[in-house]
Design a protein around this ligand. Structure first.
Ligand SMILES: Cc1cc2nc3c(=O)[nH]c(=O)nc-3n(C[C@H](O)[C@H](O)[C@H](O)COP(=O)(O)OP(=O)(O)OC[C@H]3O[C@@H](n4cnc5c(N)ncnc54)[C@H](O)[C@@H]3O)c2cc1C
Length: 537
C-alpha cells in the first residue's frame, strides 16, 4: 500500500467527542472501561455495525492493560496446570494478534537455561506439547540447546548457577507486544468503525426502569459535565473494578450481589539492557520458592518479573511490597552474571490481575484462582466481563457479544468479524519490539507523524515533538502522563528520563490542547516509579 492510499489519521478533538456524547440518542451498546477487555468489545461490536459508546474514567489502558509482562502467549505455566483449552485458545489468538498488529506485536524466542540433568528433557517435552497444541499457529519449533548455544542466546546467564553448572537449555517461541499502544490501536480502530470512545469520562451510575437496565450516567472528568446515555445493552468491563458497578446494579434491583474479583498484584522492575544483552527472553520456570521469573527484552531495556500477591484494596497506582522487589532482585542475581542492585532500577510498576473468585474462595492463594475470563448477565441485563488475559481479548469480546445475543439484549449478528481485521497502523516492520522505541512503533502512520512540526526534534528516549503533537491530535492524549506513560512508554522504561522530559511535553500539550497538562501530578508519579519500598534488598 502506498502512503497516498492510507486513510488519514482520525482527529480526536475533545470538544467534538463531548458534543457527540451530549447528543440525545440510544446506543446499541455502551461499554464501561477502556482496557483490553472493553476496547476489544467496542471494536467487535462496532465492526458488526452496532452503534457503540465506550467511556473510560481515566486514560485508555491506565489500569491493568498497560502493566502486563508484555507477552502474547499461550501460557506455558497454564499447560503445566493441565489447562489445555485455555492454552489452545490463547495460542490461536496469539497468531491473530501478531498478524493484525505486526508493528506492535511480534514473535519472541524464550530460552530456559537448565542446571539439573532432568530440567531440559522435562521442560522440553512440555514445550513440544505446546508446539503440538499450536499446530499451524506455531511460531517456531522448540529446540534443545547445548551449553554453548545457551550462552550464545543468553550471554550473561550464570554458567555456574544455583543448582550447579549450566548444562544447556530449551528454546521455544511466544510473542511480545507494546500493551498500551495496542490498546490505543484498538480504540482508534473502533473509532474508525464509528464507535464513540471517550477517555477521562467515568460511569457514575446505572439507569434502571422497572428492574431493567436502560443506560448509564457518565461524567466528563475535565469539565465536570454529566450526561445520561441510553443503551440497549451495557457491558461492564471495568477490570478489577467491575464489582463496584455490579453491586450498584444489584442494589437497584434489590438482589444480593457477591464480589467476583480477587485482585492479585504483579510487580515488574526494569533495568538496563546490559544486564541481559540479547533479543531472547529468559524464563526460569521454578525459582527457589517455586515461582516463575521472566527477563524480557522490551523497547531497549530488560523487564524482570513478576509476582502474584493477593491484594484487598484497588488502588489506581498500587505500590510494590518490599518482599516482591526483593524476590525479583534476589532471583535475578541467581541467574545473571551481574546482579541488578536497587540503584540499577530504572522503573518499578505494579498491575492488578482481575482474577475471578469462586463463590466460597477466601482469596488467600491467587496463584490457584481462575485465569479464564467470565461473562455474567445480571437479572437487570448488566453484562459483566472480567478475568482472562491480554492475549485473548479478541476471543473474550466475541464471547461477550454472543452472550448479549443469547440474552436478547442485541439482535444476533454472528461471525468472527475481527479475526482478520487489521488494526490502525498495521504494517510489518524490520524493527523488533525489543528494539529501542522510535517511529517504527507507528507502523503505517509513521509518515503521518513525520509530517507534523518537530519531526526531527527528539525530546529524549525516541520521543519527538511531532509524536507529542500526534498524541494530542490523533491519540486522545490529554496530559503529560498519557504521553510519557502510554503513547510513549518512558515512565515504564526509565522514570528519571521521563521526569526530565516532562516540562517540555507539558508545554507542547498546553499548546495543542489548551488545558492544564497535569505536570506536577506526573512528576510525583515518576517519584513513585523510582522509589523502592522501604528497605528493599
Ligand atoms: C502483572 C501482570 C502481568 C500480566 N502479563 C500479561 C501478559 O504478559 N500477557 C497477557 O496476555 N496478559 C497479561 N496480564 C493480564 C492482562 O494484563 C489483563 O488480563 C488485562 O489487561 C485486563 O484488562 P481489562 O480491560 O479487563 O482491565 P483494565 O485494563 O484494568 O481496564 C479496566 C478499565 O476500566 C476503567 N474503569 C473502572 N471503573 C470505571 C468506571 N466507573 N467508569 C469508566 N471506566 C472505569 C479503569 O480505569 C480501567 O482502565 C497480566 C496482568 C498483570 C497484572
Amino acid at each position: 500500500m502506498t502512503t497516498e492510499s492510507l486513510p488519514a489519521p482520525v482527529p480526536t478533538r475533545r470538544k467534538e467527542l463531548i458534543d457527540r456524547l451530549a447528543e440525545p440518542r440510544q446506543y446499541d451498546l455502551a461499554v464501561i472501561g477502556g482496557g483490553a477487555t472493553g476496547l476489544g468489545v467496542a471494536l467487535d461490536a462496532a465492526a458488526r455495525g452496532f452503534s457503540v459508546v465506550l467511556v473510560e474514567s481515566h486514560d485508555f489502558a491506565k489500569g491493568t492493560s498497560s502493566r502486563a509482562t508484555k507477552l502474547v502467549h499461550g501460557g506455558v505455566r497454564y499447560l503445566a496446570q493441565g489447562n489445555i483449552s485455555l492454552v489452545r485458545e490463547a495460542l490461536h489468538e496469539r497468531t491473530m494478534l501478531l498478524a493484525n498488529a505486526p508493528h506492535l506485536a511480534q514473535p519472541l524466542a524464550f530460552v530456559m537455561p537448565s542446571y539439573k540433568f532432568w530440567e531440559a528433557p522435562f521442560y522440553g517435552v512440555g514445550l513440544k506439547m505446546y508446539d503440538a497444541l499450536a499446530g499451524k499457529a506455531g511460531l517456531g519449533p522448540t529446540e534443545f540447546l547445548s551449553r554453548t548455544e545457551t550462552l550464545g542466546y543468553l550471554p550473561t546467564v550464570q554458567s555456574q548457577g544455583p543448582n550447579g553448572c549450566l548444562r544447556g537449555g530449551v528454546k521455544y517461541w511466544d510473542g511480545q507486544f507494546d500493551d498500551a499502544r495496542l490498546a490505543l490501536a484498538l480504540a482508534r480502530t473502533a473509532a474508525r468503525k464509528g464507535a464513540l470512545l471517550v477517555n477521562y469520562c467515568a460511569a457514575t451510575g446505572l439507569i434502571h426502569e422497572n428492574g431493567r437496565l436502560m443506560g448509564l450516567h457518565v461524567q466528563d472528568q475535565e469539565s465536570g459535565r454529566s450526561f445520561a446515555l441510553k443503551a440497549k445493552c451495557v457491558v461492564n468491563a471495568a477490570g478489577v473494578w467491575v464489582d463496584q458497578l455490579r453491586l450498584q446494579d444489584g442494589q437497584a434491583i434489590g438482589r444480593e450481589t457477591r464480589p467476583m474479583v480477587a485482585p492479585s498484584q504483579g510487580v515488574h522492575i526494569v533495568v538496563d539492557r546490559s544486564f541481559l544483552p540479547t533479543d531472547h527472553a529468559m524464563l526460569i520456570p521454578k525459582t527457589a520458592d517455586g515461582r516463575v521469573l521472566f527477563a524480557v527484552p522490551w523497547l531497549g531495556k530488560t523487564i524482570l518479573g513478576t509476582t502474584d500477591t493477593p491484594r484487598h484494596d484497588l488502588a489506581r497506582e498500587p505500590l510494590p511490597f518490599k518482599e516482591e522487589v526483593d524476590f525479583i532482585l534476589r532471583e535475578s542475581a541467581r541467574y545473571l552474571t551481574r546482579a541488578p542492585r536497587p540503584a540499577d532500577i530504572k522503573s518499578i510498576w505494579v498491575g492488578l490481575r482481575p482474577l475471578v473468585k469462586p463463590p466460597d474462595d477466601d482469596a488467600g492463594n491467587t496463584r490457584a484462582l481462575s485465569r479464564e475470563h467470565t461473562v455474567l448477565v445480571s437479572k437487570s441485563g448488566l453484562v459483566t466481563v472480567t478475568g482472562g488475559k491480554w492475549t485473548t481479548y479478541r476471543a473474550m469480546a466475541e464471547d461477550v457479544l454472543n452472550k448479549c445475543f443469547g440474552a436478547n439484549l442485541l439482535p444476533a449478528r454472528t461471525g468472527k468479524v475481527t479475526a482478520h481485521l487489521k488494526l490502525v497502523g498495521a504494517r510489518a516492520s524490520k524493527h523488533k519490539i525489543s528494539d529501542a522505541p522510535g517511529a517504527h512503533l507507528y507502523g503505517s502512520e509513521a509518515e503521518a507523524v513525520q509530517s507534523l512540526p518537530g519531526a526531527s526534534r527528539e525530546l529524549g528516549g525516541g520521543l519527538t515533538e511531532a509524536m507529542v503533537r500526534f498524541a494530542a491530535r490523533h491519540e486522545y492524549a490529554r496530559c503529560v502522563e498519557d504521553v510519557l506513560a502510554r503513547r510513549s512508554r518512558l515512565l515504564f522504561l526509565d522514570a528519571a528520563l521521563a521526569s526530565s522530559m516532562a516540562a517540555e511535553v507539558a508545554a507542547l500539550l498546553l499548546q495543542e490542547n489548551g488545558v492544564d497538562p497535569q505536570l506536577d501530578a506526573f512528576l510525583a508519579l515518576c517519584g513513585q516509579y523510582l522509589s523502592l519500598p522501604a528497605d528493599a534488598a
